[in-house]
Design a protein around this ligand. Structure first.
Ligand code: UGA
Length: 402
């Protein structure tokens, strides 16, 4: 191969190429240098921010004060799952279990539960919070399951009836599956609604109920009835330990402002001097228990060795009309009492027979109605003071599906 002769044109081209190469190398080096300087600045900035964060975390830990919990030894301390633990009843139960020194895991999808209800425990070594919908399976290790997850207020459970049925059927199957895998005991939060519009009064556990299977309340009533059936099927077939609490009307602080049940509606109305709205003639009756009494009953039932359903409620029965007057008097406002159309399938009378709970668990409600109402009214008064706009109670008649 012959070398190509050197010409001035070629020499000029070679010169240009070398010059461009030098320029590229120079530009690269300069950029590299700049990038290094920039990275060093960014690193220093991040370091400073991380150091500030560390100081913030330290201050946070120093200032976060948890309620005193019992110091249980390894053998006595249980890992307890509370489904619906961010809800009204669930969060009060969580408080009791935490104070007793157990490890508590809350599972909630926040449909009606609120983080605010359990924020006092967030960050505590014994406490864990999981955002999870129990219609999907859950794989964790537990010793006991309090299965409370489900909307319980009529406007809430009627709002999405399919979801209510799924939560009470699929959700209960998933929790019983978890109980089976981990050999945990499960307590089902059932309801007085499984008695429907009862034909016997007061309601005893042996009564089979009177439920309209296709009415607007059926998603909840039948959902809970199936949940009970599932418990006893798993007990028989899979040897899962279960217990079932049939919970009657319950009230207290941490009820949602827009819960829609009668206590929160009447209290909110009375506090804002709005008319108290009675659905129907007001002659229907209910028996109301304060939430701490219920929580006590749930824990006693879980720790008993009785597996058939047990009523938990306060047998003091009042008409809704009497109840409206009582709340208005305690609040001291001047609200009028008005009537609205009756609710479809609204039970006419409800009062628990608690002979079984008394003899079996030594349980009966302790908080008198007036005292429970005073505590609840104080809570709502504070909540109202915090809210910027007036709060209108939820009207069942305006709920889709009611
Ligand atoms: O509080 C509870 O623990 C129970 O509440 C509901 O059962 P329900 O008895 O229908 O409860 P409310 O919605 O509070 O209604 C009680 C009575 O007050 C009436 N009411 C309600 C709200 C209102 O603004 N005005 C009014 O007259 C209702 O028509 C009903 O007769 C749930 O369905 C139960 O599962 C749950 O156990």
């Amino acid at each position: 191969m012959h070398a190509r002769p050197f010409t001035p044109r070629r020499g000029f081209l070679a010169l240009i190429i070398s010059a461009i190469s030098c320029l590229i190398v120079f530009a690269y080096c300069t950029m590299e240098g700049e990038a290094k300087t920039r990275n060093t600045t960014v690193d220093a900035h991040i370091d400073a921010r991380l150091a500030a964060l560390e100081r913030h975390i330290e201050r946070m830990h120093e200032s976060k004060v948890y309620p005193d919990v019992r110091n249980l030894n390894y053998k006595d301390r249980k890992r307890i799952l509370v489904t619906g633990g961010a809800g009204f009843v669930g969060s009060h139960l969580v408080d009791r279990l935490m104070l007793e020194g157990h490890e508590v895991i809350v599972v909630d999808n926040y449909f009606t539960g609120r983080k605010k209800n359990i924020e006092q425990w967030i960050g505590h070594a014994n406490f864990e919070m999981m955002h999870h919908d129990i219609v999907n399976p859950l794989f964790i290790e537990v010793d006991e399951i309090y299965h409370l997850a489900s909307p319980a207020s009529p406007p809430h459970y009627m709002y999405n009836p399919v979801k209510t049925i799924k939560t009470n059927t699929l959700g209960t199957i998933n929790m019983l599956g978890l109980a089976k895998r981990t050999r945990a005991k499960l307590l089902l939060a059932s309801t007085s609604e499984i008695y429907g519009d009862p034909e016997i009064h007061p309601q005893v556990e042996s009564y089979w109920g009177h439920v309209n299977p296709i009415g607007p309340r059926a998603c909840y009533d039948e959902g809970k009835r199936v949940a009970e059936t599932l418990c006893y099927a798993y007990e028989k077939q899979e040897k899962v330990s279960v217990c079932v609490a049939r919970i009657f009307n319950t009230f207290g602080p941490r009820m949602h402002m827009d819960d829609g049940r009668v206590v929160s509606n009447f209290v909110l109305q009375a506090l804002q001097n709005l008319p108290l709205t009675i659905y129907g003639d007001g002659e229907q009756t209910r028996s109301f228990q304060y939430v701490s009494d219920l929580v006590e009953g749930l824990i006693l039932l879980m720790n008993s060795n009785y597996s058939l359903p047990v009523n938990l409620g306060n047998p003091e029965e009042h008409t809704i009309q009497e109840f409206a007057v009582m709340i208005r008097d305690i609040v001291g406002g001047s609200s009028e009492i008005v009537t609205k159309p009756a609710v479809i399938d609204d039970p006419r009378r409800r009062r628990p027979d608690i002979t079984l709970a008394k003899s079996l668990l030594g349980w009966s409600p302790k908080i008198p109605l007036a005292e429970g109402l005073a505590r609840t009214i104080a809570y709502f008064r504070k909540e109202l003071a915090k809210s910027v706009e007036p709060i209108r109670p939820l009207d069942l008649a305006a709920t889709p599906g009611s």
